[in-house]
Design a protein around this ligand. Structure first.
Ligand code: ADP
Ligand code: NI
Length: 216
């Protein structure tokens, strides 16, 4: 059986290849930041840091954005893990973490294990703060959406389909998702790390609207 350390290296190389050319906000460095944050949180929360790091590395590889369905994405990661001579128990644990991480408009089930909560918090942290803002505008550009459109109002309740398909704007995305994330952290460490990043979102919006109105 392969040690988790060796598996982490293999996973790193695999996802580097998978996300090498991505410009939609899911390049390898997104995965790498989530992995670093997951380690930080895991160590403070007393979670299994290697398992968290590994799940963080794999968390977007099976995302349904990149596959025909959620099931197809899950099987894609599972097949890779099965080639790695890792125990079925570890595979099940990793798949459970990865399945519960993605936000999907907020309609997903709550994460079962401490490790799943750690990785989910780490992924959400990367959507707020300075990096979160940068990713949001990158994504909007990639989707051909406006930076801000005063006539497009933020939506309150969003189904997964609407979240993915309807027209929106980068600024609306702050109200539909980004500003909610700090309140959705489930580990104490995640909550703490989210605080300043959340404040930065508020400061940014304040400045953005003042400039929009020509007040500065
Ligand atoms: P996830 O659903 O796993 O959070 P997404 O693909 O939805 O991942 O998001 C990738 C990045 O792009 C995140 O930083 C997210 O906040 C941002 N993003 C997602 N949807 C939009 C959108 N409609 N407009 C602007 N940014 C978005
Ligand atoms: Ni992610």
């Amino acid at each position: 059986m392969i040690e988790l350390k060796g598996l982490i290296l293999n996973a790193e190389n695999w996802v580097k290849q998978l996300f090498g050319e991505d410009t939609s906000g899911h390049d390898f460095y997104h995965t790498d930041r989530v992995r670093k944050a997951a380690r930080t949180i895991a160590e403070k929360e007393g979670a299994d840091a290697e398992l968290c790091e590994l799940a963080a590395l794999l968390h977007d590889a099976g995302d349904d954005k990149f596959h025909p369905s959620e099931e197809a994405g899950k099987q894609f990661v599972k097949r890779w893990l099965q080639k790695q001579e890792v125990t079925n128990e570890t595979i099940e644990k990793l798949i459970d973490i990865i399945e519960t991480v993605s936000f999907k408009g907020g309609n997903n089930r709550p994460p079962a294990s401490l490790e799943a909560r750690v990785v989910q918090d780490a992924d959400r942290l990367d959507a707020i703060g300075a990096i979160g803002i940068a990713r949001c505008f990158m994504f909007a550009g990639y989707k051909g959406e406006a930076m801000y459109h005063p006539e497009l109002k933020p939506r309150d309740i969003i189904t997964k389909e609407a979240y993915r398909q309807e027209r929106s704007s980068a600024i609306n995305h702050f109200y539909e998702k980004l500003l909610k994330l700090s309140g959705l952290m489930t580990t104490e460490t995640g909550k703490q790390m989210a605080r300043e990043r959340h404040q930065f979102l508020e400061t940014f919006l304040h400045e953005f609207f003042a400039e929009w109105e020509g007040q500065r």
